[in-house]
Design a protein around this ligand. Structure first.
Ligand code: BGC
Length: 770
């Protein structure tokens, strides 16, 4: 808690009755917290959301479609494709500004659950599949929002990667997978940007509801990461309110009427919830509420300039667009060259620019690609014609298709807009397949048969299949781009802005290739994260599957050259880290922005690790011919893995490969370095440690050699001791001896090897080393 508030908070807590304390810990309405007027404790207002403000007109209005109009920025899955901290911070600032102007104190975003499966129904609300990218961008978003005197709320903590049975399902995840992947974005956002709030998820984590999970809410979040804000439940996530208080859940939202407060009072009276624990949780919440109220009065609410926010929304959306394919430089379509352009597909006129559910913003205005293209054409030489191509509700329609074919055949280029309908990207529902509506696939095929110069613009917040890919010249991914997305698409199609986005998730060639395929969305109330740390590109790379488009992929209309990879030292101490530099040159004829990605791979790890993991990235904008050095500082975590036995992040001595490239599969420069762990982490030996591990460790081997040297030598298990060639029987015996846990020596020698001797060996193996 901010220290200056501590005395006031202590004083307030001492004056509150038990009933008042309990009432503070549940909302007063759908969006507001409880005020206690007699003590001057104010109420604060929380509102969605992650890509634009959704402020309901009244505290008990859910705000579905009735929210105050606000700028709808690109959704998280699109924004992540810009790979830009700078831009994400500016979007956060703008959302924070609109929130301040509307009297909102806490914005319920960013969402940092990972896109574990492309089927996840809320993938459009999340920042991709990589924890470093997601956490880094989330931190920038939080900084932006909070720079306006408004809090951000990082959600949904934790392991909330699906919609199926979202309010009850248990995510069964081992600790290494949690630490390396699913907790990591929260850790980065919390430790770097100090969000005012974190939202606990609906689901259970390894059997315990996230909203009453002491390990998550208290040990990790507050204890290890130093979180000093308040934890709010997802809306309606509370199962057992008193257990939540004990675990560290500060605020139940929305109001549950008398239920939540009543349960807390009853638990204290029954002695199952200590009042001291209640006081601590109330004090932590009060500190946040007072901080919010102070921020609200510290400066007058800012004036919002809707035009400036619209311009930012367009700029951001343009940076999010990913050019997936561009054969023969089909794009851009130069507006100064006279050409007939067929624009086909309903999305060109009626853009879908966000997903469904709690994040749905009522936009201040919308621009379609058609309107923006028309405007550009007016000032240039393009002549445009439009056709729907399909019937209503994405159904096939023979007349509409024939009309589209006719227009396309008569044009010089066809721009075909296809994508997912809203019903495929909606909170509460996972997808069941990756296909576009059949009429959309059929439309692309039909246009391809009459117009070889075919550009497809895809609207989707998550991966889709493209059976027609080989028949296109270019494919532009326009994710869910927000209210100005249409303008951004027109800007990129016509070359006003060079495409520069990169995929923030892997696009599989088949659903069956997705590493989580067999483990999503689980069954019988549980989902096992069975692919472990091999999620997304980590799994594709380990399994050697060829994705349709790999993580990090995105083309430019200019060409970047990578050169001169240097590391500060070929031998690196893990505590000091390493600096990596390389030179990037724009060798093309247009200005452009490149996202330079650094991946690290542990070449000889004791545990199985992904072949490479993103450890740094940077954006660099270059004029034609311009060249710049890009510098990355890699710390210990770039090389570490979570050791389940030691329950700590561990770096092992050994070689690591650093690779720099334009995508996870387009690595241009490589260097191998040696990492030295300053405090090498040593495993602990116990009764269950097999002999193979004893002899691999010099100190443990020395201990056992003193007792059973003859046996070891007879089987060639001592380095340098040449054993006679082993016959088949002894080879088999040797394998069995190596697998023998040390504690079994007594049994196998019928007691000749005593328990005391085993204990002594263990003590010697674990003794501090010189
Ligand atoms: C969503 C949250 C959202 C909340 C409030 C829930 O259904 O999961 O992300 O912030 O509603 O609208």
């Amino acid at each position: 808690m901010p220290t200056d508030l501590a005395p006031r908070v202590r004083d307030l807590v001492s004056k509150l009755t038990l009933e008042e304390k309990a009432s503070l810990l549940s909302g007063a309405s759908t969006w507001t917290t409880t005020a206690i007027e007699r003590l001057g404790i104010p109420s604060i207002w929380l509102a969605d959301g992650p890509h634009g403000l959704r402020k309901a007109p009244a505290p008990n209005d859910v705000g579905a479609g009735t929210a105050v109009p606000a700028t709808c920025f690109p959704t998280a899955s699109a924004l992540a494709c810009a790979w830009s901290e700078r831009l994400t911070r500016r979007v956060g600032e703008a959302i924070g500004r609109e929130a301040r102007a509307q009297g909102v104190d806490v914005v319920l975003g960013p969402g940092v659950n990972l896109q574990r499966s492309p089927l996840g129904g809320r993938n459009f609300e999340y920042l991709g599949e990589d924890p470093l990218l997601s956490g880094t961008l989330a931190a920038a978003f939080v900084e932006g929002v909070q720079s306006q005197g408004v809090g951000a709320c990082v959600k949904h903590f934790a392991a909330n990667e699906q919609e199926t049975e979202r309010m009850s399902c248990s995510s069964e995840v081992d600790e290494r997978t949690l630490r390396e992947l699913y907790l990591r974005p929260f850790e980065i956002a919390v430790t770097r940007a100090k969000p005012w709030s974190v939202m606990s998820a609906y689901n259970r984590v390894n059997g315990v509801f996230a909203s009453e999970h002491p390990w998550l809410l208290s040990d990790v979040l507050r204890g290890e990461w130093g979180f000093d804000g308040f934890v709010v439940s997802d809306w309606g996530a509370v199962d057992d309110r008193a257990a939540g208080v004990a675990a560290g859940l500060h605020l139940e939202m929305p109001s549950s009427g008398p239920l939540g407060p009543g349960d807390v009072v009853a638990a204290v009276k029954a002695g199952t919830l200590a009042e001291a624990r209640l006081d601590a949780v109330v004090g932590e919440l009060l500190a946040s509420v007072l901080r919010a109220a102070e921020a609200r009065t510290a400066t007058p609410p800012p004036a919002v300039d809707p035009d400036a926010h619209q311009a930012l929304a367009r700029e951001a959306a343009a940076a999010c667009l990913v050019l997936l394919r561009n054969e023969g430089d089909a794009l851009p379509v130069d507006p100064a060259t006279p050409r007939k352009v067929a624009v086909i597909g309903g999305f060109a006129r009626r853009p879908r620019f966000q997903g469904g559910g709690s994040s749905q913003v009522v936009p201040t205005r919308t621009t379609s690609a058609w309107e923006a293209l028309e405007e550009i054409a007016r000032g240039g030489a393009l002549s445009l014609r439009f056709a729907e191509g399909t019937g209503a509700n994405d159904e096939a329609d023979a007349t509409a298709l024939e009309e589209a074919k006719r227009i396309a055949a008569a044009a010089d280029v066809a721009l075909v807009f296809v994508g997912l309908p809203l019903s495929h990207e909606i909170e509460g529902l996972d997808r069941t397949h990756l296909r576009l509506p059949p009429a959309h696939d059929a439309l692309v095929e039909a246009i391809a048969s009459v117009q070889p110069n075919l550009v497809v613009v895809v609207t989707a917040g998550a991966p889709v299949l493209m059976p027609w890919l080989g028949r296109t010249r270019a494919v532009l991914l326009g994710g869910l781009l927000g209210q100005a997305g249409g303008g951004a698409v027109a800007d990129v199609l016509t070359g006003r802005v060079a495409p520069s986005g990169k995929l923030a998730s892997s696009w599989p060639a088949r659903l069956e290739d997705v590493p989580s395929y067999l483990h999503f969305p689980g069954e019988a109330g549980a989902v096992r994260y069975g692919e472990g740390v091999f999620m997304g590109y980590r799994g594709h790379d380990a399994l050697g599957t060829a994705p349709l488009f790999p993580f990090g992929h995105g083309l430019s209309t200019t060409r970047f050259e990578y050169a001169d990879l240097r590391v500060s030292s070929p031998v690196v101490r893990d505590t000091e880290g390493v600096t990596v530099t390389c030179r990037i040159r724009n060798a093309g004829t247009r200005a452009g922005r490149e996202i330079v990605q650094v991946y690290a791979g542990d070449l000889a790890a004791r545990v199985r690790r992904p072949p490479r993991e993103l450890v740094a990235f940077a954006e660099v904008s270059l004029a034609p011919g311009e060249e710049r050095e890009v510098r990355f500082a890699l710390g210990r975590r770039a090389f570490a893995f979570w050791d389940p036995a030691l329950r700590a992040f561990v770096v092992e001595d050994g070689e690591h490969e650093l690779a720099v490239g334009a995508s996870s599969r387009d690595l241009r420069l490589r260097e191998t370095i040696r990492v030295e762990a300053v405090a090498p982490v040593r495993r602990r030996f116990d009764r269950h440690t097999p002999l193979s591990e004893w002899i691999a460790d010099p100190q443990a081997r020395a201990a056992i050699e003193a007792h059973a040297g003859g046996l070891l030598r007879a089987f060639g298990l001592v380095p340098g001791a040449e054993a006679a060639p082993l016959d088949e029987a002894r080879l088999t015996l040797r394998a069995m001896i190596l697998a023998l846990p040390i504690g079994k020596l007594g049994r196998f020698t019928r007691g000749a090897f005593t328990r005391e001797q085993v204990e002594r060996l263990i003590a010697q193996a674990n003794a501090p080393r010189a």
